[in-house]
Design a protein around this ligand. Sequence first.
Ligand SMILES: Nc1ncnc2c1ncn2[C@@H]1O[C@H](COP(=O)(O)OP(=O)(O)OP(=O)(O)O)[C@@H](O)[C@H]1O
Ligand SMILES: [Mg+2]
Length: 296
Amino acid sequence: MNPQEIDSSIPVAVSRALWMARDNIIVSDVSLSIPQGQRVVILGPNGAGKSSLLKLMGLMMPPSSGHVHIFGHEPWVESQSKIRHVRSRIAWIPQGLQVVGRLSVLNNAVLGCLARVSPLKTLLGWFPEEEIEKARQALQEVGVESLSGRRTDTLSGGERQKVAIARALVQGGDILFADEPTAALDPVASRDMMQLIKRLSQERGLTTVTVLHDIDLAMEFADRIVGMSDGKLVLDLPTSEVRKEQLDRLYHHLSPVEPPPVVKMSATAVLGKGSAVLRLLAGRAPSAEKTPPQKP
Ligand SMILES: Nc1ncnc2c1ncn2[C@@H]1O[C@H](COP(=O)(O)OP(=O)(O)OP(=O)(O)O)[C@@H](O)[C@H]1O
Ligand SMILES: [Mg+2]
């Protein structure tokens, strides 16, 4: 794919992306394109390369080879300022959340504006009033505004998760990348979290790419399932076309796409073929009705 071919309305387009670390191929030759507003879930066993692929798509690191386009731009080959600009359209919920326990809930949420505020000001803890207001709104949107003044390390796991989403909303953007946002949550809180992400994607037209380990949640909330195994993309289907066995195979490091079935010839087919061969040997043409249709 070359940059001119990428439609600027496509939030994410990855083409033949490869990422190596310490001479190991971690992400191998992955290509996929994600349209506006789609909810994609990436599944796969531990170490499959899901977080690494997410980081490539979210401009956290450049591919070793191949291309990553965000809204038609290929920031890594354009400029540093393009990388910064395109990153401002991306919101992140990283694996492990990375909320700062000793800070208040409001201060954690406001950290989402870091890319827009000078580093000196943020070091001094000075944030523009409009960013603080955005943080308040985001906390309200995810339903934890009443916790604004609490130290974040006094929250439950589910509440902390919501603070991480609020911070991502303050970051702003058109694409949300979330790496295991339901980790350590109970089944009810996990479903709440995914419902929240779904609601945000519908209300804001957000394109979302979420890494999950819960197959049922994935099937419930995704429009599209992407399966990774050993660094490779081994499954990429609309959720309605995914079968449970394919996902079971994925977690057993087996190819979820089964090889084509072996065609077994019936006895009559074998006999029929045999009789055609016999007729040929006898110098007679095979009968017309047994002649397979010829390709044009
Ligand atoms: N910076 C790095 N240097 C070396 N190896 C790395 C680096 N980052 C990731 N890896 C390796 O790449 C593989 C894939 O890692 P990744 O974090 O992408 O997996 P994952 O599918 O997200 O796994 P999990 O489900 O456990 O989070 C792992 O074996 C990991 O150790
Ligand atoms: Mg991971």
